[in-house]
Write a protein of this length. Structure first.
Length: 76
């Protein structure tokens, strides 16, 4: 299973989006998207995750993978 950071980068690239384009769609700063993808952000707010969840996954499987990755992160 991919980490949430890895999954964000994979899905963004699969959609053909730059970090800037994703940040605009998700209501985040480009810097924050970069920090999430590299794992340098210590925490992610519910609002940020909701924005990414609305902007990235296109299938139920991708949504489930994002939620599972978040749950794994919370369990650490």
């Amino acid at each position: 299973m991919n980490t949430l950071s890895e999954l964000l980068a994979i899905l963004r690239k699969r959609r053909g989006l730059s970090q800037y384009e994703l940040s605009t769609r998700a209501g985040l700063s480009e810097r924050q998207v970069s920090r999430y993808e590299t794992g340098k952000a210590a925490v992610m707010s519910v609002q940020s995750f909701a924005g990414l969840l609305a902007a990235l996954p296109e299938t139920d499987e991708e949504r489930a993978a994002m939620l599972a990755a978040l749950a794994a992160l919370a369990g650490e």
